[in-house]
Design a protein around this ligand. Structure first.
Ligand SMILES: [Zn+2]
Ligand SMILES: [Zn+2]
Length: 135
């Protein structure tokens, strides 16, 4: 069993996942796209009992993004911390980018692919730089 920590960009909110993260998915739905501002959302799904907000609980703001989902984010820096979804009772959905070390978590599936942006499948065929190119 391994733990994982996470935090928002300004480090006001810090959390602990007290067990292995066993499930993660890339969601390409239009709501996740709006919520993250990215092409899709990479989300880990953990048991509520395994998720503990260590610091900054008072800085978390909840927003009802749909009739099924509530997003919780840092009110100071705007970073998403977790979502609750009626279709997944007892689960917290954590954007894996908020983990302090997201590298070990590999999403196993893509969902809502009917809304996937057309270039996502060929992302590694683009010109890739280790850092931003010099201008
Ligand atoms: Zn923050
Ligand atoms: Zn989604």
């Amino acid at each position: 069993m391994s733990e994982a920590t996470g935090s928002c960009r300004c480090a006001t909110v810090k959390y602990l996942v007290k067990n292995d993260i066993k499930m993660a998915a890339n969601c390409h739905c239009t709501i996740c796209r709006k919520m993250t501002g990215g092409a899709f959302a990479s989300i880990a799904i953990v048991d509520a009992a395994d998720m503990e907000i260590l610091e900054g609980k008072n800085a978390l703001t909840a927003y009802e993004v749909s009739e099924n989902a509530v997003k919780h984010f840092c009110s100071k820096c705007g970073s998403p911390i977790y979502n609750l979804h009626k279709g997944f009772p007892g689960k917290y959905m954590i954007p894996i980018g908020s983990l302090d070390n997201p590298a070990p978590i590999t999403p196993a599936v893509n969902i809502h692919c009917e809304n996937m942006l057309p270039w996502v499948g060929s992302i590694m065929e683009m010109t890739n730089f280790d850092k931003a190119p010099e201008r």
